[in-house]
Ligand binder design. Structure first.
Ligand code: MN
Length: 747
């Protein structure tokens, strides 16, 4: 039985009547008091009270759980909330942070959260719960990229990702309690997935901490060595650094520039990465130390740059202007490297205070400075560009910032990311179905798929893929592509393979029909087909420039060649001896008729205009490319062809056919309730199926026209069906339609 708030012994009325912002009930641990302090910086009293309501709700839901560290579980959501409060995230984000694990871990439902905290918070918690369910397995770079996109695509709301990153940061901060293997797995996932996302969103502080923590757990030895070496270097160079710092401060003061100059240390992992990439020793990495100069605005950035270049010579080619051309994650600064006084290169970053805030908090700056910053539009614009660059689509800039109102953004509108059973991620076009997925896995899987399991449940093959789905295709050895798939596949690969299969199939079926047509023609010339020698065939194949015998047979079946002409050529050299003995030679070359059973597949088609059924007198017309098309004798479409004997064939029905054929029937009925149901029952009573139905109800008339396409075995079956329908009292008239009622427009 799922646990709910009430059977957890949770008293709802306590929450509702709970009003004080700093209740005595709160445990006085460091995290909660830290959260209180952080919230007071920017929340109103009413908002803070809301946060405590969520806190108490989550604390009760997690009451019987502890973390591996031994602390009560609630300390984790509180720590996550603290990280987000430092970024001054809004109220819904803070509530979602406190509630982010309750659905996953305690059986509280999204509906309950929605009732208690509103739809917005519920949507954020739901997004987080969804992210928790997917797990990154493969470690190739392309897969990591896809996984990052999948996470972003599933998040929809950027705040979901921000909570997720804070969640991951706290888990990384407390990773020591896990076993070594788990530490490494989580650290690798963080390094490959979450740190790059934080970087992309410009959340520099979180990004660097995630990288350093991952580095520490993935390569504990290297981490220790580098940390120690940097510490030593720091001690050795202390004097040098303070001298340079003084010189910089002095020259800026002389130029009357108000500036804040600080020594700066690179984060460990970036030092390691530099060593690994360039295969250099630590001693050679000089820019472990650098300086950062904060000034009040952009003009001052360039003035400070000029002053510094006057102080020390810049190293050519090292100057970068990220103010004019910001990085993709929104980062802005001037970078330059100078020849220092003792031959050491000095790396300097110059930026304004505002750039510094954004460099630290990235996309979160949107929330952080929203209320105080006068430069709101610029920030909105930047956030907008961010999301745009994530989407990697270039649309004309519009001044519609509506998305900032609900923060919902479809980050990858053209793609959907799903898992194979082996944990590989496939990127498919949006609206792709299980069949597209099957062909994306492998052509053979596509060609033989029969069913699909999505997240372990059977689903129809036409089901559209959703982000994060686990998809498993079920194949059968003898299964074949179904022409109906063409109605819903969206990928070119699936489409072309299905088409290719159908074409091959049609060629096979046409070859079969072509052989029957040729044999008939040969017999009309009094030649037994088996008597045609191989060398005659070879000659004809050569003369036609065909590949082989079956190509010629296919051509006959498709109506591209006339059977009788091929027969003439094949019999050209056959002596009279091969002519049927004991039969009187016929003088005419009139062909016998060919029998049609309905099971010829695509080589034989039944005309839509007259829809012939067994029992109808029929004619076969040879249509180039389409093959043999069967019409009724009296079909008006046939009139113009009848004059050309090369174009038509005598055909007759195979009396043993068990197939069902489509036929059109039109009824005039009294327009009343339940009529259609009565008609449908009357049709199924006689063992027929309805293929299609349309109803015309002329205005103000008491009658309605009903058009059915039904499936029958033959004329006798059809007569039985019509008799049965006529018995229904309100059926006024019924007749078979030979004409194109499918294309008739209903007014
Ligand atoms: Mn968590």
């Amino acid at each position: 039985m799922p646990k709910t708030a009430s059977n957890l012994g949770f008293n709802e009325s306590t929450i509702d009547t709970f009003q004080s912002a700093e209740p005595p009930l709160l445990p006085a641990d460091s995290e909660t008091s830290q959260l209180t302090r952080l919230l007071k910086e920017y929340f109103t009293q009413a908002d803070i009270e809301q946060v405590w309501v969520a806190y108490r709700y989550a604390a009760a839901a997690h009451a019987d759980q502890t973390r591996r560290t031994g602390e009560p579980y609630i300390t984790h959501p509180v720590a996550v909330a603290c990280i987000l409060a430092k970024l001054h995230m809004d109220l819904p984000t803070l509530l979602a942070a406190l509630l982010h694990d309750v659905v996953e871990d305690t059986g509280v439902t999204i509906t309950e959260i929605s009732k208690k905290f509103g739809k917005q918070v519920a949507a954020l918690v739901e997004g987080l719960t969804k992210l928790d369910k997917i797990e990154f397995q493969s470690a190739t770079q392309a897969q990591a990229e896809n996984f990052r996109k999948m996470l972003l695509a599933m998040s929809q709301d950027v705040r979901v990702i921000l909570v997720k990153l804070a969640d991951r940061l706290h888990n990384m901060q407390t990773l020591d309690v896990m076993n070594a293997q788990k530490q490494k797995r989580i650290a690798r996932e963080t390094l490959e997935i979450y740190a790059p996302i934080a970087n992309r969103l410009g959340l520099n502080l979180i990004y660097q901490e995630l990288e350093d923590l991952s580095f520490k757990h993935l390569y504990p030895m290297r981490h220790r060595v580098i940390a120690k070496a940097i510490k030593v270097a720091r001690g050795n160079r202390k004097e040098v650094i303070s001298k340079i710092l003084e010189a910089i401060q002095q020259s800026l003061a002389i130029a009357h520039l108000e500036a804040n100059v600080k020594g700066r240390e690179k984060h460990l992992y970036s030092v390691y990465r530099k060593m690994a990439n360039k295969a250099t020793a630590l001693q050679q990495i000089h820019d472990i130390y650098g300086f950062r100069i904060l000034v009040k605005d952009i003009p001052n950035c360039y003035l400070a740059l000029g002053t510094l270049h006057g102080l020390y010579k810049p190293i050519p080619g090292k100057f970068k202007d990220f103010i004019a051309i910001p990085k993709a994650n929104g980062y802005q600064s001037l970078h330059t490297t100078l020849f220092g006084p003792f031959g050491t290169p000095i790396e300097v970053q110059i930026r304004s205070e505002e750039m510094h805030k954004i460099a630290n908090t990235g996309v979160a700056a949107h929330w952080m400075y929203k209320t105080t910053d006068a430069n709101l539009t610029a920030l909105q614009q930047q956030t907008h560009q961010w999301l745009q660059s994530l989407v990697e689509i270039q649309t004309e800039s519009d001044d519609n910032y509506e998305f900032l109102e609900n923060f919902k953004v479809d980050l990858f509108p053209d793609e959907v990311y799903v898992f194979t059973p082996k944990g590989k991620i496939l990127a498919l076009p949006r609206r792709s179905t299980a069949v597209d997925f099957a062909y994306a896995v492998h052509t053979d899987v596509g060609n033989s798929c029969v069913a699909v399991k999505i997240n372990n449940e059977l689903a129809p093959l036409r089901t559209e893929m959703r982000n994060g789905d686990n998809v498993e295709i079920i194949t059968a050895p003898l299964a074949n592509p179904n022409p109906a798939w063409l109605n819903y596949v969206v990928t070119g690969k699936a489409r072309s393979h299905i088409r290719h299969y159908l074409k091959t199939l049609q060629a096979k079926e046409s070859a079969h029909l072509g052989e029957r047509m040729l044999n008939m023609a040969l017999r009309a010339l009094h030649v037994e087909p088996s008597a045609v020698a191989d060398n005659l065939w070879r000659k004809v194949i050569r003369d036609y420039g065909a590949k082989d015998k079956s190509e010629i047979l296919t051509d006959i079946g498709l109506g591209k060649r006339v059977g009788l002409m091929v027969a003439h050529q094949l019999t050209a050299g056959i002596p009279a001896l091969h002519v049927f003995e004991n039969t009187k030679p016929k003088t005419s070359t009139k062909l016998d008729s060919i029998t049609i059973s309905g099971s010829e597949g695509m080589a034989v088609q039944f005309a839509q205009c007259c829809r012939p059924i067994p029992g109808d007198p029929i004619l076969g017309f040879i249509n180039k490319d389409k093959g043999l098309i069967i019409h009724t004798h009296d079909c008006p479409t046939t009139l113009k062809f009848k004059l050309d004997p090369d174009k038509w064939l005598d055909v007759e029905w195979d009396s043993d056919s068990k197939k069902l054929f489509k036929v059109n029937v039109r009824l005039v009925v009294m327009n009343e309730r339940g009529m259609l149901a009565k008609l449908a029952a009357g049709i199924s009573d006689v063992g027929s199926n309805i293929d299609n139905v349309s109803v015309e109800e002329p205005d103000g008339s008491q009658y309605a026209n009903v058009n059915f396409t039904v499936q029958v075995r033959n004329r006798v079956h059809l007569a039985e069906l019509m008799r049965n329908l006529r018995k229904i009292p309100d059926v006024v008239r019924i007749n078979r339609v030979k004409g194109v009622h499918n294309e008739e427009k209903i007014q």
